[in-house]
Ligand binder design. Sequence first.
Ligand SMILES: [Zn+2]
Length: 462
Amino acid sequence: MRSSRVLALTFLLVPLTAPAVTVSTPQGPSEVFARGDLLDVVALLRLAGAEVQFAPAAGSYNAAAAGHEVQFTPGGSLAVVDGKLTPLPGPLRLVDGHVVGSLATVGALLGPFGWTANGSAAAPELARVGGTEQVELSVVRAPTGTTLVLRGTRQRPRVTTLPGLVMLLFPEPVALARPVQPAGEVLAGELDGATLTVRLAAGIEVASSYPLEDPPRFVLRLAKSEPAAPLVRPKGGPLVVLDPGHGGEDLGARGPAGESEKAVTLAVAQATAARLQAAGVTVRLTRDGDEMVALTDRTALANRLQAAVFLSIHVNASPARGAHGAETYYMSVDASDPQAAQAAARENASAAPDTVQLILWDLAHVANLNSSARLARAVQERLNALQGIRDRGIRQAPFVVLTGATMPSALVEVGFLSNAQEASRLLTSDTQEQVAGAMAEAILEFLRATMPGPAGTSAPSP
Ligand SMILES: [Zn+2]
């Protein structure tokens, strides 16, 4: 009753003011409530894609989009933008149940979400800052192979590959600055909103993809698709897949003198392989040289070979320069502690973890968790003994390289490259051999415990 009287009264008092204005937006025109030159703030935020909610307890509104948050209160001239108190060009008022503000105030509230408010109060225009990103895909052919280089965006698209096809799924729609030019292995490219589909020549696939900075680029390395590895399971013997971390452009952690993790992991993996082979175990490495291998391809190899063990070998880095010694991890969706989460974030840098994939992994492979924990513990204990560390336990974290492994799997950081002393030791073949010896022993111990009988690892049967 009261509100209708107020409404009637305001119409009498402000007869020349239209109750609504037409706002132009990228999606087309839209009507919002207005009073004089004050515009409906909540309606405009929603037109810009923000989710706006009223918190009755606080008497304030919360707008959220694209990872940003803005809180504001009718009657106030301040907003809280991503947690920081920020003055607004003018006050917000409550009129007929609508929170209204000047065009400049609306612009200040839209800014954090990447939008602007232009035009006039009578004919406001909403626009995305910078408009749609213009991206450009070029084909770079070199003797070392062909890469697709995407420029013009910091977005990290999700990469999906099918035979003869690669799809880039961007978080936000993009526009192509120019059509994709067919060249060599690339037959065609089409953009549909936020999905860029590139057709590849027969037998070509994406070997790896990774972002680069300055200027921001997203690189897809093409390679001839290799036929799936034949299932060369040696009769009766276990097969171990060792995964030297990183490789190629992916250097991994860096030491004080610029040493790269990828070289240490390869040397240690090769030394471990030699020791296991000497004990009768068949070993395959996910890379034999300095080349980039996608994280998901590493476990895929182990799965195809029906390996008994998958061990990914890495070297750690930490801002705490005193950090030292080995750390062994096994897979989980949640990290066991903040340091474990950081280690996973660092090792996952060359691939965006797909949460859904992680959850599916968790559901499918809980059966391997106990044996993965045993494998990790065997490795950690041997390395503790070697490095004179007493009681360092095993940890859990969501490492992409371990997702999808259908066998007991673990990731070991054999030491810290960020620790100058440890780095200089890890670069010597003596230390690499010692570490390899400890890890080979641990794997043999694990195999003996889990696969009694044949294996060439257990005591010869009578
Ligand atoms: Zn690493």
